[in-house]
Structures are given as C-alpha cells and as structure tokens.
Design a protein around this ligand. Structure first.
Ligand SMILES: [Zn+2]
Length: 134
C-alpha cells in the first residue's frame, strides 16, 4: 500500500471521506481564502481549515450534459503547504500545475456523473489531471 504524507486534522482529513466532506462543506469548517479561477464550469480556490489552518486547493469541474437533466460535476480537494498555497494565490503556480502536487498525497474526490443521484465521495491519491469543464 502506498504511504501518503499526513496533512490536516481529524475533521478536514477524516479517514471517512464523507465525514471530511461534511466538514469541508460546513460554513465554519473550511473557509475560502482566495478564489483563483471562477468560471461557471471551472472553479479553483485555496481554502483553509478553521480548526487546524491546513490549506487546500479545491478544483471544481462541471461538464454540461444537454441530454441529461443534471450536469456532471467533479471536485478534487488536495491539501497543500502554506508555500504552495501562496504560490497558487499569487499566480506562481497555475491551477493546471496543482495536479502535480498530488504526488504522495491523498485528496478528497467527489464524482457526480450526470446519471447518478448522489455524488461518490472518496479519498484518492497521487498526481491528478486538472481539466476545465465546458
Ligand atoms: Zn483541519
């Protein structure tokens, strides 16, 4: 099994992905520190846990599905160091480069294909591809 670096606290990085997601979605849980990109189908922000100050980069991608009533939505929330968060917020690191930061780390992934009633939330890990939706 791959070893991943440890980040955050038992709320924002709870072993149970659904518990972690709950904290990330609550108003007093994880707060947006800076919006980096805010298009309707591609939203990237740096967030911070109110409890332990762990920084995260959140990448939201939506694909408009004209055939289905729901649009497919994917969200990746990756813990980052303060230095990486600053690089992202100040433009030294682009949202597309953020995927490479996943190396050796876990990230909270939420997949909501257009044909599903509910999102699937799980911890994944490693380098991921950052794609813009449409
Ligand atoms: Zn935390």
């Amino acid at each position: 099994m791959t070893e991943f670096a440890t980040f955050g606290c038992e709320a924002c990085c709870a072993e149970d992905a659904l518990v972690a997601r709950e904290h990330h979605h609550s108003y007093s849980g994880v707060r947006i520190e800076k919006m980096i990109q805010d298009d309707s189908h591609f939203i990237v922000s740096v967030k911070r846990c109110e409890l332990c100050s762990q920084a995260f980069v959140s990448v939201f991608t939506e694909y408009v599905d004209w055939a289905a009533s729901n649009d497919a939505q994917y969200r990746t929330v990756l813990p980052v160091t303060d230095a990486e968060a600053a690089d992202l917020m100040e433009g030294r690191l682009t949202p597309h480069q953020a995927g490479a930061l996943g190396r050796g780390r876990r990230y909270l992934q939420s997949d909501w294909p257009s044909d599903a009633d509910d999102p699937t939330v799980y911890w994944s890990g490693g380098v991921f591809e950052v794609r813009e939706g449409y």
